[in-house]
Design a protein around this ligand. Sequence first.
Ligand SMILES: [Zn+2]
Ligand SMILES: [Zn+2]
Length: 104
Amino acid sequence: MSEYLQRYNERTRPARRRARNAWEKRLRAEVIQHYGGCCVCCLDRTAEFLRVVSESSQPAKRGQGSIYYRLKREGFPEGYNVYCANCAEAYARLGYCPHRDDFV
Ligand SMILES: [Zn+2]
Ligand SMILES: [Zn+2]
């Protein structure tokens, strides 16, 4: 029986991972949409590039997969902005973004 369960688990693992990824993708899209849906710096709307960055914890931390879940659970608190990967990286590494060097 346990061997059967193990096989069942292994067989369904890819499907469960896909379902989880799809759920995370929807959640992420929902949170990003709430915070403007595009990069506040360059207005990029490429979903795969966008991430939510806390104003108080810049430079952007990596690997915060659960931030979207937390933001939704907390009712979308203020103090977060959407950045694309380029701009987030620029702010994290340079402290400003070349797109907006007129503001520095
Ligand atoms: Zn950008
Ligand atoms: Zn930028």
